[in-house]
Design a protein around this ligand. Structure first.
Ligand SMILES: NC(=O)c1ccc[n+]([C@@H]2O[C@H](COP(=O)([O-])OP(=O)(O)OC[C@H]3O[C@@H](n4cnc5c(N)ncnc54)[C@H](OP(=O)(O)O)[C@@H]3O)[C@@H](O)[C@H]2O)c1
Length: 225
């Protein structure tokens, strides 16, 4: 049975990813921040789901919760925040950048560091991080600059991690989920989170070293950074 850790399981893409992975027979460890969410998901998903209560910024607490789980095959770094609407370059502050970078950029690397010993012991390990089309350097747009920059940096870090983990045959990739109807994406977004989760899960399940270091659309094609 494939064992998967999905961060940000309580809602949005993360919630749908949990549902999809469970329906494909995986055991899912889902990170949540509220006990109420842990209880709700446990009731809904049953014994193949284990909620883990931690904030992805909190290395010590995350490490403590992860020690309690045994084997792990797949890490899906999904949790993220959009940050302030008005974070353009004229108004952005170090404080708003710090929040977004801590959650969107550094925490996914920290999660990978924490689970690495488990992934090294897996027969089919994989690390996926959910990035964004807003990271694409072909866009000159400046709205949500802290978010855009955090995902550019995430891409670079995950590309570097892919290089470093190649010797252990652990594939690492970043995924562009498109624009998705969640609390973050809003109701006008193009894509249904259920469809997107199915696409992302397929990429995670089938990820091999040939795709390591790539930026992949939720539909499966490789795309430009
Ligand atoms: N929606 C889109 O159109 C879109 C487009 C491109 C990329 N993405 C990316 O896709 C991922 C999921 O987005 P979404 O649309 O599903 O967002 P969402 O509906 O806003 O959900 C975000 C999830 O991240 C969790 N989270 C936020 N900060 C956290 C922290 N410090 N520790 C632990 N969990 C934390 C939230 O937990 P709580 O429930 O506890 O707040 C929630 O479960 C994000 O990385 C986002 O950047 C989304």
């Amino acid at each position: 049975m494939r064992k998967v850790l999905i961060t940000g399981a309580a809602r949005g893409i993360g919630y749908q990813l949990c549902k999809t992975a469970l329906s494909d027979g995986a055991h899912v460890y889902g990170s949540v921040r509220m006990q109420d969410d842990a209880d709700r998901l446990q009731r809904e998903f049953g014994d193949d789901f284990t909620p883990l209560l931690f904030d992805i910024r909190d290395r010590e607490n995350a490490a403590e919760k992860l020690i309690q789980i045994g084997e792990l095959d797949t890490l899906i770094n999904n949790a993220g925040i959009i940050g302030p609407d008005d974070s353009d370059t004229a108004t952005a502050t170090l404080e708003t950048f710090s929040d977004v970078f801590e959650i969107n950029t550094f925490a996914p690397l920290q999660m990978a560091q924490l689970v690495l010993p488990k992934l090294k012991a897996s027969d089919h390990p994989a690390i996926l991080s959910i990035s964004s089309q807003m990271s694409w350097m072909g866009y000159a747009k400046s709205d949500h600059i802290s978010y855009r920059a955090s995902k550019v940096a995430l891409n670079k870090i995950m590309q570097g991690l892919a290089t470093d983990l190649a010797q252990h045959e652990i594939p690492v990739c970043v995924v562009d989920p498109g624009w998705v109807r969640t609390d973050m994406g809003g109701e006008d977004a193009d894509n249904d989170p259920t469809d997107v989760a199915k696409g992302i899960w397929k990429i995670a399940r089938d990820l091999t070293m040939s795709k390591s270091g790539k930026f992949i659309r939720w539909t499966g094609e490789e795309r430009d950074y």
